[in-house]
Write a protein that binds this ligand. Structure first.
Ligand code: B16
Ligand code: MG
Length: 217
């Protein structure tokens, strides 16, 4: 039986991907690198420092900055990003999320969070849904970013369920891979997630009925 549903945050619960993009775009421009929304797809689910490395590589500047300079760039990006989070309210939940969280709770199935964002606790508070989760994996304790299964395994452990008893919901290719590698059933939101066990076009389709049918199939 299904015992837990583990959610990704950015792109599943709320759309902070665009805010991440704007912050990285500003920092990248300062060092002469231009990134666009297409490239930004590759940064979804990737940790802050790993994202910076991908941007440097994209701009042909891999290895040009010291560790200290990289940390300063990442800190600057985060300052821009945190500023932009002030625009988040309870209305920033993606369509259907409030209902599906309520329905999972009513069914007595546990709810977990597997976001690699160090800002996740603040974002959940801004959205007013911090109490909807039985356990949120602590991103600061995670060594390997998605597609490594570490954060999903940490969420299952914190919820006290086995991965085979849980499903994960993701919008990023790296995230879907992480769920699959954890041995959980995967639900992908959006296009291009061919490795997901169930692919949905948007969170609007993410209903409890749809999740239970997928689990039973
Ligand atoms: P932070 P998720 C991820 O969140 C984002 O998708 C990714 O773009 C970001 O770099 C990462 O969090 C780290 O975020 O800089 O706030 O620690 O998709 O795992 O919820
Ligand atoms: Mg995501």
């Amino acid at each position: 039986t299904l015992k837990a549903v583990v959610f990704d945050l950015d792109g599943v619960i709320t759309d902070t991907a665009h805010l991440h993009f704007l912050a990285w775009h500003a920092v990248a421009e300062e060092i002469g690198i231009t990134i666009d929304e297409v490239f930004n797809e590759q940064l979804k689910g990737i940790s802050r420092m790993d994202s910076l490395q991908r941007i440097l590589k994209h701009g042909g500047k891999e290895g040009t900055f010291s560790d200290e300079q990289c940390l300063a760039l990442a800190t600057k990006k985060n300052a821009f990003y945190v500023q932009s989070l002030a625009s988040l309210t309870e209305d920033s939940l993606l369509p259907g999320i409030r209902d599906v969280l309520a329905d999972i709770r009513t069914a007595n199935v546990k709810i977990g969070l597997a976001s690699v964002s160090l800002n996740a606790p603040g974002i959940l508070r801004a959205l007013g849904i911090q109490h909807a989760f039985d356990f949120c994996a602590d991103a600061s304790l995670i060594i390997c970013s998605k597609p490594d299964p570490e954060i999903f395994l940490a969420a299952c452990a914190g919820l006290n369920v086995r991965p085979e008893e849980a499903m994960g919901i993701e919008d990023a290719p790296a995230g879907v891979e992480a769920i699959n590698a954890a041995g959980m059933l995967s639900v992908g939101i959006g296009s291009g997630l061919n490795h997901a066990g169930l692919q949905l076009d948007s969170t609007r389709e993410l209903t409890w009925k749809c999740l239970t049918e997928f689990w039973a199939s």
